[in-house]
Design a protein around this ligand. Structure first.
Ligand SMILES: C[S@@+](CC[C@H](N)C(=O)[O-])C[C@H]1O[C@@H](n2cnc3c(N)ncnc32)[C@H](O)[C@@H]1O
Length: 481
């Protein structure tokens, strides 16, 4: 069967927020004992061309990955990439979720990104049933969906665009006309600054970043169904699963709300976390949710206990970018766009992490003094919550650019042959300029720095950049695999 995703291929990307490392970190914070991501069994439902799990498999050679999708062309693309990389720990199959084999076994992490709101109700139910059937006892499942009330605002655009593009049959042309409608709305709202202008501009920015293929599927596919948080939590509960947390710790913090709203959320959290989450969405007009689920029988630790952080490592590219009025240092994280002032103790930690970036630093090395462990864990938790640092259940390891024969990891070298955008070892993507793209293709370990510098006089600058982006393969001593 030819699907709309065969006719117009979807964008293929890695998603940091779905990485088992991220899922395990959230589980540890809430008192779970999740499987070690380094050796875990991972399932990606509706994985498309599967760059997400292929990139994970390439950095976690002892973990096993299975992805499946209804679009045959996407699956074939994934299979071609897997054989090009020579990976034996990842498989992608052409399967309809409705026929996913019951004997496929247990998984420690199940990912369904960009799926729930875009499939019919019967498939949504089958997805939750699959999670219940195939999740191991300590498994963590990732589920994203368009959330009410925020996504309702997207429906305003959908309504206008449906009228504007009425009569256009071609999927791409229809999406283009819809984008023009949104641009008109953004232009008109500029004359009338306020909340609506912010919303329309934000939608237009995201459309610009993601392109017409994204619009055609995400906004104008045959199914577009936003849900209230409580509806999804209740549906999950009917299938034996409970809400664990947001996939991004930062998203669960009400930083953008005022004191009154924060007070309401705190009192709701004391009664029932599900109420707190639903009202958070109402108060913040949240348009999209990325939630984690685990088995209902697991007793979670709420409020969180920072002790779990003592088993993790931490990383941060955050840089000191200024001084606040009271004299405190301001740090900015280029990955998350967050800017925040910090206390002196946090400043020392951030400098240490910045120096080690993109590698993560174990808790014991950050807080070596036994007596400081509890306070240190609380400081790290706060830095994680405000997205200045990231916590890792499995160490994040990359090359630092010191080798005589440097190696860019294989996935990025292959991508650079055909594309300006490549995937990093830290599960993100970055664009290469023409010179760096050429260099990336040469960095397979066969050339020494002396040979390379002849063609690239600014080699050190480019190597520093590649190291910072997380594109270099770690040396044997660093991998610890
Ligand atoms: C919006 S895309 C998301 C792809 C990928 N997970 C991502 O986030 O980039 C939805 C995917 O779900 C797949 N899909 C839809 N219905 C399916 C079904 N019944 N069984 C398996 N895959 C399905 C589509 O083919 C498509 O690749």
């Amino acid at each position: 069967m030819m699907t709309s995703y065969d006719e117009l291929p979807y964008i293929d990307r890695p998603f940091r927020q779905t990485h088992p490392d991220r899922l395990a970190s959230m589980g540890l914070l809430l008192g779970m004992t999740p499987a070690d991501p380094a050796t875990a069994r991972v399932l990606d439902v509706g994985c498309g061309a599967a760059l997400n799990i292929i990139a994970m498999a390439a950095t976690l050679p002892k973990a096993r990955f299975l992805g499946f999708d209804l679009a045959k062309s996407a699956v074939e693309q994934a299979q071609a990439r897997i054989s090009q990389l020579g990976l034996s720990n990842v498989r992608v199959e052409h399967v309809d979720l409705m026929e996913f084999p019951g004997e496929a076994g247990e998984f420690d992490y199940i990912i369904a990104h960009g799926f729930y709101s875009w499939v019919p109700q019967s498939v949504r139910e089958a997805l939750l049933a699959l999670m219940n059937r195939h999740a191991g006892p300590n498994a963590i499942c990732y589920l994203s969906f368009n959330a009410r009330p925020g996504a309702t605002l997207r429906e305003v655009w959908r309504g206008a665009a449906a009228y504007h593009a009425g009569g256009i049959e071609d999927t791409v042309e229809k999406a283009r006309a819809s984008v023009r409608m949104l641009e008109m709305m953004a232009e008109a709202s500029a004359a009338n600054p306020g909340a609506w202008q912010e919303i329309v501009t934000d939608m237009a920015d995201r459309v610009r970043d993601n392109g017409v293929r994204w619009v055609a599927h995400d906004d104008f596919g045959s199914v577009f169904e936003p849900f209230h948080f409580h509806e999804v939590a209740e549906a999950a509960a009917r299938h034996g699963m409970q809400y664990l947390s947001d996939a991004c710790y930062f998203d669960s913090q009400p930083y953008e709300l005022g004191d009154a709203a924060r007070g309401i959320l705190q009192s709701l959290a004391d009664r029932d976390i599900l109420l707190r989450e639903q009202y958070f969405d109402f108060l913040e007009l949240r348009p999209f949710r990325q939630i984690l689920l685990c088995r209902s029988c697991i007793a979670l630790r709420r409020p969180i206990d920072c002790a779990g952080l003592q088993h993790m490592s931490f990383s941060s590219p955050s840089d000191e970018t200024g001084v606040a009025a009271g004299g405190r240092a301001i740090f900015s994280n280029p990955l998350t766009g967050v800017r925040s002032e910090v206390r002196e103790g946090s400043r020392t930690i951030l400098r240490q992490l910045r120096a080690a970036w993109p590698c993560s630093v174990p808790f014991d090395q950050i807080i070596p003094d036994e007596r400081e462990r509890d306070a240190g864990a609380r400081t790290l938790e706060r830095l994680w919550a405000c997205a200045l640092i990231e916590a890792h259940a499995v160490p994040q390891r990359c090359g630092r650019g010191a080798d005589d024969r440097p190696v860019v990891w294989q996935l990025a070298r292959i991508e650079a042959a055909t594309d300006e955008t490549v995937t990093t070892r830290i599960h993100s993507q970055c664009a290469l300029d023409a010179g760096t793209r050429e260099l990336v293709r040469l960095l397979d370990g066969s050339r020494s720095r002396d040979q390379l510098v002849a063609a690239f006089p600014d080699l050190q600058r480019r190597m520093d950049w590649l190291a910072r982006m997380g594109l270099l393969e770690p040396t044997d001593q660093q991998t610890g695999d």
